[in-house]
Design a protein around this ligand. Structure first.
Ligand code: COA
Ligand code: ZN
Length: 308
């Protein structure tokens, strides 16, 4: 019998890089994406077509999206906040658009400079404009809690998800923007999500940040409920500059290592990914939170004399 399949979306060059202080040169971004493309990811979130003033690190979105080699089978998706972003993304032939809004009014105002209803209106227009040309997914920020408002009720999250599903989007990503989710909460929201839309073609994705060390526990909880798609960032980089206290995404190589050890098939070639992950500190100029590059895999055994 084949192993259960889990799909990993690598977001290091978007979520991972967007809060880095020192600009990562465009050729280095392109080279990294080209090498990530050979690691077996289902999707790569390449960049974001946001305002260059809001996210200066990703001001080279056109150059990056236009400069990469596309490997068949990999979906090259991009984050888009508004109609202007959608036009830019279509111009360079993005495979998919990941539109973003927050289920928290406060976070939506700080991140996107408008209220949630205004965002829904604006994104509805983007879907009407671009939805016939590319699949559209929606990332709902703060789905597991907001650093300014606290708890967000499940009914609120599902309400927004349901409205977007009504507009024909191909998937919804439930984002734990500042690592407030815990495994019991994840199980409840995963069950509720899968009850709202159980179609096998519909893509529910979970997007966890490891801010409080619960990221892999949350991933496991979601897998146990039947969620099969996860965003993660190599090295555990990441975070939203407009969410107080945001830190890194769950680390891709740590996540893949855990899921594969449990007998799940992620499609990701861990050897190639680890080679890239080991080069990441030099690229960003600091240590990264990922643990596997420090500890090695559980199958990497040590000679006995080193254990004394
Ligand atoms: N791409 C490029 N430029 C854009 C743009 C886009 N998608 N959207 C707006 N702009 C530019 C405008 O042209 C304008 O430029 P100008 O000052 O030179 O005239 C400027 O940005 C302000 O435009 P405005 O429509 O008033 O936007 P805003 O200041 O209200 O910002 C967003 C709204 C959504 C565009 C901006 O806050 C943003 O890009 N946020 C991204 C948030 C994000 O990615 N967070 C992390 C991931 S969740
Ligand atoms: Zn994120």
């Amino acid at each position: 019998m084949s192993q259960p399949r889990v799909y990993i979306h690598e977001v290091v060059t978007r979520d991972g890089f967007q809060m880095e202080r020192v600009f990562i040169p465009t050729p280095a971004k392109i080279d990294l994406i080209n090498r990530l493309s050979r690691c077996g990811f289902a999707k790569i979130e390449v960049t974001s077509f946001t305002s260059p003033k809001a996210i200066p690190m990703l001001r080279d979105a056109e150059l990056v999206m236009g400069g990469i080699e596309r490997v068949p089978g990999v979906v090259y998706t991009v984050l888009v906040p508004n109609l202007r972003g959608a036009e830019r993304a279509l111009d360079v032939g993005a495979d998919e658009m990941n539109l973003v809004m927050s289920v928290s009014e406060s976070h939506n105002r700080s991140n996107l400079k408008m209220g949630r209803e205004a965002s829904f209106e604006a994104l509805s227009k983007v879907i009407a404009f671009a939805g016939r040309r590319v699949p559209i997914t929606i990332s709902l920020s703060c789905s597991f809690g907001c650093p300014m408002e606290g708890t967000v009720p499940i009914a609120e999250v599902l309400g927004w998800a349901g409205r977007f599903i009504g507009l024909g989007v191909s998937g919804i990503t439930l984002c734990d923007t500042t690592g407030m989710a815990h495994p019991a909460q994840v199980a409840l929201l995963a069950q509720a999500a899968l009850t709202l839309n159980r179609s096998p073609e519909f893509e529910w994705t979970m997007h966890f940040h490891n801010t409080r060390g619960m990221g892999l526990a949350n991933t496991l909880s979601a897998v146990q409920q039947g969620i099969v798609r996860f965003d993660s960032a190599m090295g555990g980089l990441g975070g939203c500059p407009y969410a107080p206290g945001a830190t890194g995404n769950i680390c891709t190589e740590d996540t893949v290592h855990m899921l594969e050890a449990m007998g799940l098939d992620t499609g990701v070639r861990l050897d190639g990914l680890l080679t890239l992950a080991r080069e990441l500190p030099a690229l960003v100029g600091h240590e990264v939170p990922g643990q596997l590059i420090k500890a090695g895999r559980i199958t990497d055994l040590h000679p006995m004399e080193h254990l004394s």
